[in-house]
Design a protein around this ligand. Structure first.
Ligand code: FAD
Ligand code: SIN
Length: 533
């Protein structure tokens, strides 16, 4: 029996939670499906803050201009303007929902600075902005009467009318549209069927596709994989943002050292102790991220070093404690006192600028399917996201998507339908399955080695060959085995890795985050890379 709702939201980060609250407040009954506990999301780890024009000395056109410069020609200007103009309203909404942004001693809101911003415009809660946002929104959800939250439920596959027809089931007449989804309850290990006429994908990013990432384990690109398999258009996947300054430690964890630390004066130095950013860009440490990450990569390659240093010794101890308590504490645990020692840092995969293509109402190319937050590609970020624009985009687009979803449901004038149950494979364990799970490491290493900051066609083609083999293997297994979370994530990860490589091979130029030695110049033509089944 399907569980029936007006709206299903997949994901409980900032995008999913704000969307869910809005549609629930308008009267829809809502299921939130989230694969871990509600708070586990990229949102929860956001540090620097949320960019918005709130000061008298700033102006939306300056924010627009900074975003366009960072996006390196590929942003959709009308989209940029439309989203950024709602920045202050987004901040007010977060404050109304309980986020207490850090204030200065005189009561004004504290505004941070990050790379590519011509003004101080980043609102923050010390250096734990994401946790403050997530805590406030999860609390609102818990007290909302129209929302059921299904934690530890892994969304596997969208159900569409065309898919039902293909499988010989009865399905609504008319154009293809979304009808619900299957989700694995990871506690009971049963696949449950959810039926709804509107589904919001808010599943976040794909950082786990790479060996080294600032993203938590949830970031496996599930929403993009689901959308792609349902025939939805996905674009610009080659634009992977590598954050320049992640803590360099022994394991593969990459704790973020916020760009806001550079905003307050920290300096990048090579292993000889020389400040090097001036050689690469006049904006030095506060150049856009693609520039800084490439500069670090180049310094590391020249000297054969495994990291560079971030020097915070010029920032007062008071400021380090007050503004960056979380980073200070993390580094202290690694034996590094920020007032005395330098931090070893390296770039790490951080953010996906492309994704599921949407319009300004968060609608995808499949009727009834919405996407917002990091999973979506609205046209705001272009070839490189301006720092702290993603939390803002999520708030604004969740609101716009909510209004559109309400209208869509009213116009559809039909209830969700009963959907067929999931048919599972029955093979459980085998030695080969264990071997298959080792493919996790292979895909992540392949992406890191061949699809990193500096690319070549030869390396991309090598990556494609390996990923195709992995894809074949996983697809052979998928249909026989009883699904579990790691198998599902691996299948998605491999698919999404392939999409990144396919998009990267389509782009015969270097632009923003996509830099290839074979085409080092920008092309005159502005094109999106596209993938769809
Ligand atoms: P997320 O917050 O990632 O939420 C995705 C949700 O989907 C999670 O609940 C996850 O469990 C769920 N999910 C995924 N797949 C499935 C599935 N198959 N089934 C069910 N549930 C699923 N941006 C800024 O603007 N400012 C910052 O300061 C900033 N700092 C950052 C620091 C770090 C360390 C990181 C990693 C990112 C940072 N970013 C920052 C980026 C920003 O945090 C994210 O882009 C944003 O939070 C994404 O929000 P989201 O709601 O789209 O996705
Ligand atoms: C940071 O704090 O450096 C992350 C900001 C972002 O990813 O926008």
């Amino acid at each position: 029996m399907s569980k029936s709702y007006d709206v299903i939201v997949v994901g409980s980060g900032i995008a999913g939670l704000i969307f869910a609250l809005k549609v629930a407040e308008a009267g829809s009954n809502v299921a939130i499906i989230t694969k871990k506990n509600s708070a586990e999301s990229n949102t929860n780890y956001a540090q620097g803050g949320i960019a918005a024009v709130t000061s008298q000395t700033d102006d939306v056109e300056m924010h627009v201009s900074d975003t366009l410069v960072a996006g390196d020609g590929l942003c959709e200007e009308a989209v940029v303007r439309e989203i950024l103009k709602d920045g202050a309203a987004g901040i007010e909404e977060l404050a109304r929902r309980g986020v207490e942004f850090t204030q200065l001693d005189d009561g004004r809101v504290s505004l941070g600075k990050e790379g590519g911003h011509s003004k101080r415009r980043i609102l923050h809660v010390q250096d734990v902005t994401g946790k403050a946002i997530e805590d406030a929104l999860v609390h609102s959800i818990e007290t909302s009467p129209n929302i059921d939250t299904f934690e530890h439920h892994f969304a596997i596959e969208l159900i569409t009318s065309s898919k039902l027809k293909k499988l010989g089931h009865s399905a609504p007449e008319g154009d293809d549209r979304v009808l619900g989804l299957y989700a694995l309850n990871t506690f009971s290990e049963q696949v449950e069927t959810f039926s709804a006429n509107a589904v919001m994908l808010a599943t976040g990013g794909i950082g786990q596709v790479y060996q080294f990432t600032t993203n938590p384990f949830i970031a496996t690109g599930d929403g993009i994989a689901m959308a792609y398999r349902a025939g939805v258009e996905v674009r610009n996947m080659e634009f992977i943002q590598f954050h320049p300054t992640a803590f360099y430690g022994a394991g593969s964890d990459r704790f973020l050292i916020s760009e806001a630390v550079r905003g307050e004066g920290a300096i990048l130095r090579n292993l000889k102790g020389e400040a090097f950013m001036e050689k690469y860009d006049e904006r030095k440490e506060l150049a856009p991220r693609d520039v800084v990450a490439r500069a670090i990569d180049s310094e590391m390659k020249q000297s054969g070093s495994r990291h560079v240093w971030l020097d915070t010794r010029g920032i007062s101890l008071k400021e380090l404690h007050e503004r960056f308590p979380n980073i200070y504490e993390y580094c202290a645990k690694q034996g590094i006192a920020l007032e005395r020692d330098m931090i070893p840092v390296v770039p790490a995969a951080h953010y996906l600028c492309g994704g599921v293509k949407t319009n300004l109402n968060s609608e995808t190319t499949l009727p009834g399917l919405f996407a917002c937050g990091e999973v979506a590609s609205t046209g705001l970020h272009g070839a490189n996201r301006l720092a702290s624009n993603s939390l803002l985009e999520a708030v604004v687009m969740a609101n716009r998507g909510a209004s559109t979803a309400e209208k869509y449901l009213v116009n559809l004038k039909t209830d969700p339908i009963e959907l067929p149950d999931w048919v599972d494979g029955d093979v459980r364990d085998s030695d080969e399955r264990v071997v298959l799970l080792h493919n996790w490491d292979e895909v992540k290493r392949t992406m890191w080695d061949y699809v990193g900051i500096v690319r070549t066609t030869k390396r991309l083609e090598r990556a494609r060959t390996r990923i195709e083999t992995l894809k074949r293997e996983i697809n052979e297994y998928y249909w026989d085995f009883k699904v579990d979370e790691s198998l599902l994530e691996l299948r998605n990860l491999i698919l999404v890795a392939g999409l990144v490589v396919d998009c990267a091979l389509q782009r015969k130029e270097s632009r923003g985050l996509h830099f290839t030695l074979d085409f080092p110049e920008k092309s005159e033509q502005l094109v999106d890379s596209k993938v769809s089944v």
